[in-house]
Design a protein around this ligand. Structure first.
Ligand SMILES: Cc1cc2nc3c(=O)[nH]c(=O)nc-3n(C[C@H](O)[C@H](O)[C@H](O)COP(=O)(O)OP(=O)(O)OC[C@H]3O[C@@H](n4cnc5c(N)ncnc54)[C@H](O)[C@@H]3O)c2cc1C
Length: 467
């Protein structure tokens, strides 16, 4: 039975990428209290790391960051960053979730985001937001539009390592630094759960043959997004890792970790890579019209709205060649650090060509620690580690009351992630409709006249039939 004061109309959204943000906003605006739980120090997910988005090449952060603010200011949304799930108990309509709030070592309630702590911090550590292509202070705000706009202290901080430095504590006028903070347990009661933990970019180290990690000028496509971006490691200048020089000839290799049954790869198509590579080619040419771009692909899959036109736009640019061939990374040339790529065409047979920079079009893999997540939530995964869903309704997981949206359903782009998030809102809302509009934090302005009490809904079976 419900504990006094519990709110079974509340919903937990796990994962604060674009799909989780959209689900939280839709649910909150429909009249449900939402806990938006994110393991990183800020919401945003991968979309925050992208420079522009296909097929319009709009600025990614310009689209996403207003949603951060909307979430932050929404009276029905409680954002819990730096937080992970420890346990889930109960059933549809009545879940109890134990959360672990990891120490940020900075008090969110008193920090003003002034960043004086970062100014004085003596230690620089690889910056995860920039895919470790640059360094940041051990205490820093994850990125400038972060929500909450509060720094966190990296575990490599000198104080946390051996107690040798506490400069940040001394310079913070608001006494927001708390180097003795420990993990805290928080229990929430919710009626429904929306899973939106997204995906992990395929790690090419799983396939040793791409030279990633051993050849300096082989980078992943997510790293290239950061290189393109004005908030990236070189403030929008595309500089290659080995010598920080502008590359004049760049190769993109498609399907890295996708459509491969070789050990370490995945047999499925990751659906977004053809278009994001075309986007990166167009943007690289915007940065430097003289760049020569060669795209090695299996075939081009342009199945979204306006995607074929986008492909043609990239293909028609001067100095751009699309070559249909599997490839092999040849070698790194010791003097120039250039990289050779071997490929084969019907007309020319096997050829080897030299590039200043090679970009690996990595696919979308299941999120890290996905097995643990599945066990915690009591859901099934498919053969590829993504969420097993109802074939007739891909928002339903195998557990009643637990819904899924975004790339955890399977590889998908941003518009699809947003659509599935709104779908999750509809299903979670249907399950909890009797509670709608009765929340402790609901402001009168938001109470809808249609939010009349209805009979409690009965549990759903995994695939939507009433139990
Ligand atoms: C190089 C590259 C370029 C791309 N370019 C484009 C583009 O131009 N246009 C486009 O439409 N799509 C593009 N995409 C695809 C796009 O990134 C995805 O469609 C989108 O990010 C999916 O959003 P999501 O919220 O489902 O997942 P994510 O963005 O992965 O967000 C998931 C969130 O959940 C959090 N999380 C994960 N596990 C847990 C947990 N256990 N507990 C708490 N939180 C957790 C993560 O930290 C993350 O914040 C690109 C992808 C790549 C790799």
């Amino acid at each position: 039975m419900s504990a006094p004061g519990s709110s079974f109309g509340d919903v937990m959204v796990l994962g604060g990428g674009i799909s989780g943000i959209q689900a939280a906003l839709d649910l909150a605006t429909s009249g449900y209290k939402v806990y938006l739980v994110e393991k990183d120090p800020t919401i945003g997910g991968k979309m925050a790391q992208l420079d522009k988005t296909f097929p319009t090449n709009d600025c990614s952060m310009c689209i996403e960051s207003p949603k951060f603010i909307e979430c932050d200011r929404h009276p029905n949304i409680e954002i819990l960053t730096h937080t992970e799930v420890a346990a889930v108990e109960g059933q549809a309509g009545d879940f109890e979730v134990t959360l672990i709030r990891k120490p940020r070592y900075v008090r969110e309630d008193v920090c003003t985001g002034c960043t004086t702590c970062a100014e004085y911090c003596p230690l620089r550590v690889p910056d995860p937001f920039n895919q470790e292509l640059s360094a940041n202070k051990a205490v820093h705000i994850y990125f400038s539009q972060a929500v909450p706009l509060v720094p966190y202290i990296d575990e490599r901080c000198l104080y946390l390592q051996d107690g040798k430095c506490s400069i940040c504590e001394g310079v913070c006028k608001n006494r927001a630094i708390d180097l003795h903070q420990t993990a805290k347990k928080q229990v929430i009661k919710v009626g429904a759960i929306v899973l939106s933990p997204g995906y992990a970019p395929f790690d090419p180290r799983a396939r040793g043959d791409y030279g990633y990690g051993t050849i300096a000028n082989v980078v992943t496509s997510l790293e290239f997004e950061r290189l393109l971006c004005a908030t990236g490691p070189h403030e929008g200048e595309i500089l290659r890792p080995s010598d920080h020089q502008h590359p004049h000839k760049i190769a993109w290799i498609h399907c890295v970790g996708s459509r491969q049954v070789l050990p370490g790869g995945h047999s499925y198509c990751s659906s977004v890579c053809c278009s994001y590579v075309q986007k990166q080619v167009i943007l690289a040419k915007d940065h430097d019209a003289g760049v020569e771009a060669v795209i090695f692909h299996n075939d081009i899959r342009s199945y979204g709205k306006d995607f074929e036109r986008f492909y043609q736009r990239a293909e028609r640019l001067p100095g751009v060649r699309f070559i249909r061939s599997y490839v092999e990374i040849g070698r790194e040339i010791p003097e120039s650090k250039n990289v050779t790529v071997r490929y084969a065409t019907d007309a020319d047979g096997v050829k080897e060509e030299e590039f200043d920079l090679v970009v690996l079009g990595v696919g979308l893999a299941a999120p890290t620690n996905v097995k643990r997540l599945a066990e915690q939530f009591g859901i099934e995964l498919n053969a590829h580690g993504f969420c097993r869903t109802n074939p007739a309704n891909p928002i339903e997981t195998t557990r009643p009351g637990v819904f899924v949206c975004g790339a955890f359903q399977g590889p998908m782009d941003i518009p699809e992630s947003v659509m599935s998030a709104s779908g999750a809102n509809a299903l979670a809302g249907a399950l909890l409709k009797s509670r709608r509009g009765k929340l402790r934090s609901l402001t009168p302005r938001r109470v809808s006249s249609s939010a009349r009490p209805t009979r409690p809904s009965r549990s759903r079976t995994p695939y939507g039939r009433r139990a």
